[in-house]
Design a protein around this ligand. Structure first.
Ligand code: HEC
Length: 133
């Protein structure tokens, strides 16, 4: 009986793994994927929210400065429009398309090479999935 249950669980687990493989990219976690990225690449300058840019990108505080908040440099745009990476100013600043969308200033991270495409893809995926905590 117990063995049969274990075998059943193994089949289920294998089924899930196969399903994950065939589907779209794995879900991006705010805490595990986005926070470490922002803290390592951005928070040295965007620390308290008082600096240029007007937002803290530290840990759990960042989401409140980003989601549904208008960009200082382009007030018609949200920094993060949940569900819509193409209309999120944060993504434009990372991809360097902010000027053509009516924005200002430099591509981010300021004074450094652009983020690797895989990291920008994570940010896009997080926003597309609803920009949840
Ligand atoms: C070396 C300092 C520095 C780093 C590192 C940095 N920024 Fe900035 N950021 C700035 C400055 C200065 C501004 C305002 C001037 C400008 O936009 O060029 C700014 C502005 C912004 C804005 C515009 C905010 C608004 O509401 O108008 C966004 C979005 C932004 N940064 C995101 C990021 C992200 C995401 C990272 C990490 C990938 C990052 N920054 C890394 C200095 C920095």
């Amino acid at each position: 009986m117990r063995l049969a249950l274990l075998a059943g669980a193994a089949v289920l687990a294998a089924g899930c793994a196969a399903h994950a493989d065939e589907g779209s990219a794995p879900a991006v976690s705010y805490t595990k994927d986005i926070v470490p990225l922002l803290e390592s690449q951005c928070a040295t300058c965007h620390l308290t929210g008082e600096e240029a840019g007007g937002m803290s990108l530290v840990g759990d505080a960042a989401i409140a400065y980003l989601v549904g908040k208008s960009a200082e440099e382009a007030p018609a745009l949200m920094r993060v429009a949940a569900g819509d990476p193409d209309r999120s100013y944060l993504v434009m600043k990372l991809e360097g398309t902010h000027i053509t969308h009516g924005g200002n200033g430099a591509q981010m991270p300021f004074g450094a090479p652009p983020l690797p495409a895989a990291d920008i893809a994570k940010v896009r995926a997080w926003i597309a999935a609803g920009a949840n905590p």
